[in-house]
Design a protein. Structure first.
Length: 157
């Protein structure tokens, strides 16, 4: 899409206290298109987690980011690692003027296991809601839902 101008705005909040942490972000993007109307897209998420095994998630004020979770008793040698329950809601709206990318909302419930400072497993259940959206041309896209079970293994340094 040829554009004259593009603007992107973000607002982010985060907190961490004891074993509880949460963060949220809202974004809005707008584009002035050459020979066409302006389009705008938006999205947001909010998520929270609670560490069942007593760890905390540090917040780095200078960098403005939540830090790495470090298990108090890493897995092995008698330790069980860190266990976290988490939830997330997210939405994305890609409908604007004659662009019909759709609208979706997701709800996620998760259980995360941090074996050590660099290894974790994530188990997620996601329920996605695609909202009814009338197409500019062609048929109307009806509401639909999806249930997703996801597993992720991560090693990072």
């Amino acid at each position: 899409m040829p554009a004259n101008n593009f603007n992107h705005f973000n607002l982010e909040l985060a907190t961490s206290t004891g074993s509880f942490h949460a963060q949220s972000e809202l974004f809005y993007a707008t584009t002035s298109r050459m020979g066409a109307s302006r389009v705008s897209f938006s999205g947001a998420y909010t998520q929270a987690g609670y560490l069942l095994t007593g760890e905390s998630r540090p917040y780095n004020r200078k960098a403005g980011v939540l830090g790495r979770i470090k298990p108090l008793e890493p897995f092995g040698n008698g330790g069980i690692g860190a266990w976290e329950v988490a939830g997330r809601w997210s939405c994305l709206d890609l409908n604007s003027n004659n662009i019909r990318g759709g609208r979706i909302n997701n709800l996620t419930l998760g259980l995360n296991w941090y074996l050590n400072n660099h290894t974790k497993f994530q188990f997620n259940y996601i329920h996605a809601f695609l909202n009814k959206s009338s197409a500019v041309t062609g048929p109307v896209i009806n509401n639909s839902n999806a249930d997703i079970i996801a597993f992720r293994a991560q090693v990072d340094f």
